[in-house]
Ligand binder design. Structure first.
Ligand code: FNR
Length: 352
């Protein structure tokens, strides 16, 4: 990371052009790509832009508390890192560097089944919780073993991707000829080539159904999060099956174009969930005001995806830590200027 990190990267958007310059074209396209015409990808951010905030004045915001409680655990702020595949494509230390950066910035890090590093190595370098995200693979028992092993390896929660029965039409990635190098080790795939990800084809993936989720639930006492919920009925079913949380996500708009922006999908889901379980939101979160808006509309926490991968490419662990810190500081500014001293004070009345 260059020494001018503080002056060069002032907001999350600053990392993308820097990463684009550094990364091979096909790798950049793999990260940046959204599905189809990228209507939803643009909307994930634009939908936040359409929401206006209500300023409140003369309240005591000298001491701001960004802390939240999730699954009975205190976290110093509500910003987390989403699972992102194949991070050694952008940095030699991959997920280990990202986890170290998350630890410095006191953020939860989610390691995916698509990781190019072992969870023990991420846990060892991060003072913050590390979660494991399961991508279902065709060998049912193998999924069960992965989930069962994770608690002993230090994972503090299990997230399961539920929104990807097939890879989406990521045209930019296909046009750029992106391929996962055979040399890239992926310790949590039983067989990367036949089991799960066939980039560039319209092939179906092995996918869990509700019955499989119920089975996973019975295998672990760790908090279970279903990632990729966009419909209130699915949220209801997630609660019924014993999920501890849901992640409102459209997979960074990488799967189905013209899905709603996640911030637009959130209110109806939050209304149905009615506080029974926490909701995490991702997709297009780039500014402190986005974090504030997500919480106001019913989220307990947010995840960021692409921005921290661009930061990892640009500055390794230090870049990731700086990226999270920028967002946290920006969130604090948004809290102060809307007169909210604690996260619990952020409700719908903050929206104009
Ligand atoms: C992802 N995402 C993702 N999700 C998941 O459940 N498992 C995975 O392996 C991946 N891999 C992945 C790779 C890349 C390159 C991207 C950009 C995204 C989706 C990710 O967890 C998250 O939902 C979005 O990235 C959030 O949106 P933003 O912040 O990127 O707009």
């Amino acid at each position: 990371m260059p020494h001018d990190i503080e002056t060069r990267f002032l907001c999350l958007a600053d990392f993308e052009p820097a990463a684009r310059e550094l990364l091979p074209h096909a790798v950049y396209e793999f990260i940046a790509a959204g599905a189809g015409e990228e209507i939803t990808k643009r909307d994930n951010e634009a939908a936040f832009d359409r929401i206006r905030l209500r300023q409140r004045v003369l309240r005591d915001v000298t001491r701001l508390d960004t802390g939240i409680t999730l699954f009975g655990q205190s976290l110093p702020h509500p910003i987390m890192l989403a699972p992102i595949a194949y991070q050694r494509l952008v940095h030699p230390e991959g997920e280990v560097a990202a986890a170290r950066g998350a630890g410095v910035a006191e953020a939860v890090f989610t390691l995916g089944t698509t990781a190019t590093a072992a969870i023990e190595d991420c846990v060892a370098v991060s003072r913050s919780p590390v979660w494991f995200l399961l991508y279902w693979q065709s060998d049912r028992g193998f999924n069960g073993e992965l989930v069962t092993r994770m608690a002993a390896l230090g994972a503090k929660a299990i997230s399961v991707t539920v929104d990807m029965p097939t890879p989406g039409d990521r045209r930019r990635q296909f046009r750029a000829g992106f391929k996962i190098p055979d040399s890239l080790a992926t310790p949590y795939f039983k067989d990367r080539n036949t089991g799960l990800l066939k980039v560039g084809t319209a092939q179906r993936r092995a996918m869990p159904t509700w019955a499989d989720i119920a089975w996973l639930r019975s295998l672990t006492t760790l908090p279970l999060i279903l990632k990729g919920i966009l419909d209130p009925d699915d949220a209801e079913q997630a609660i019924g099956i014993g999920a501890d949380a849901i992640a409102v996500s459209n997979h960074g708009s990488r799967n189905l174009d013209t899905l709603p922006a996640t911030i637009d999908a959130l209110p109806a889901i939050a209304e149905r969930v009615a506080g029974r379980i926490p909701i995490i939101l991702d997709g297009g979160v780039r500014r402190g005001t986005d974090v504030l808006k997500a919480i106001a509309l019913g989220a307990s926490a947010v995840m960021i995806g692409r921005p921290y991968v661009y930061a990892l490419a640009t500055g390794g662990a230090e870049g990731v830590a700086h990226c999270i810190t920028l967002l946290r500081r920006d969130f604090e500014v948004a809290m102060a200027l809307t007169g909210r001293a604690r996260v619990g004070e952020i409700d719908q009345s903050v929206i104009w």
